[in-house]
Design a protein around this ligand. Structure first.
Ligand code: UDP
Length: 194
């Protein structure tokens, strides 16, 4: 099966390698893509919050963020090969972006963590074009952030607002964008910069 359903949430049945190839294909074709890296907390939240579930329904891919989802898949008799976690996906995509000179936008975390994340990217991945950045404490009603992202034309937008904010923000704003891979990655900037 292409998908494994855990309590109504369809997880993509893929290895990390295949998933990264898939994402690179979308970037090459400039296809807008929304990726959710989901843990059991997200699955449970989607069950009780219809609005949040609607945002998840907009996702092109939902990957198994942690071992909890991989175990659940085995229990329902529809195993997933491995976890495809937000942090690991981010690291793999940074590597690809560095090699291919892709444009990356960083959204989320505190101003300090964001600055460190951008600085570390410039140092470790000099091939990446930093398309822009914005800390995670902004006015959601102000359209200027979405406008900045539109103008920056990033290939990749890492959204590190934590759950459920990142899926909500992407779900609410996705229609405005023409291209870009939008991926929620929780507290990954904190880990990356720390
Ligand atoms: N965060 C953010 N905006 C907010 C709240 C949190 O950018 O309004 C960031 C926070 O700085 C951290 C990440 O989101 O980098 C994850 O936050 P938290 O640990 O609260 O979320 P969870 O681990 O539950 O996803």
């Amino acid at each position: 099966n292409k998908f494994v359903s855990i309590l109504g949430v369809p997880f993509i049945n893929t290895t990390m390698d295949k998933f990264i190839d898939l994402v690179q294909n979308h970037i090459r074709k400039e296809e807008k893509t929304f990726v959710v890296t989901a843990n059991p907390e997200i699955v449970m939240h989607a069950k009780k919050d219809d609005t949040y579930k609607k945002y998840l329904d907009k996702a092109h891919y939902i990957t198994a963020d942690g071992i909890g989802i991989v175990k659940a898949a085995s229990i329902v008799g529809d195993p997933l090969p491995e976890r495809v976690s937000g942090y690991d996906v981010m690291m793999r995509l940074l590597k690809e972006a560095n090699e291919k000179g892709q444009r990356v936008f960083f959204l989320g975390a505190s101003e300090h963590v964001l600055k460190e994340t951008v600085a570390k990217t410039e140092k470790d991945y000099p091939g990446i074009v930093i398309a822009g950045s914005q800390n995670g404490f902004f006015d959601w009603k102000d359209p200027s952030l979405a406008n900045r992202i539109k103008e920056a034309k990033p290939d990749l937008v890492f959204v590190a607002l934590g759950f459920p904010r990142q899926e909500t923000w992407i779900g609410q704003n996705l229609d405005q964008f023409e291209k870009g891979v939008f991926i929620g990655i929780g507290g990954s900037f904190d880990v990356f910069s720390g």
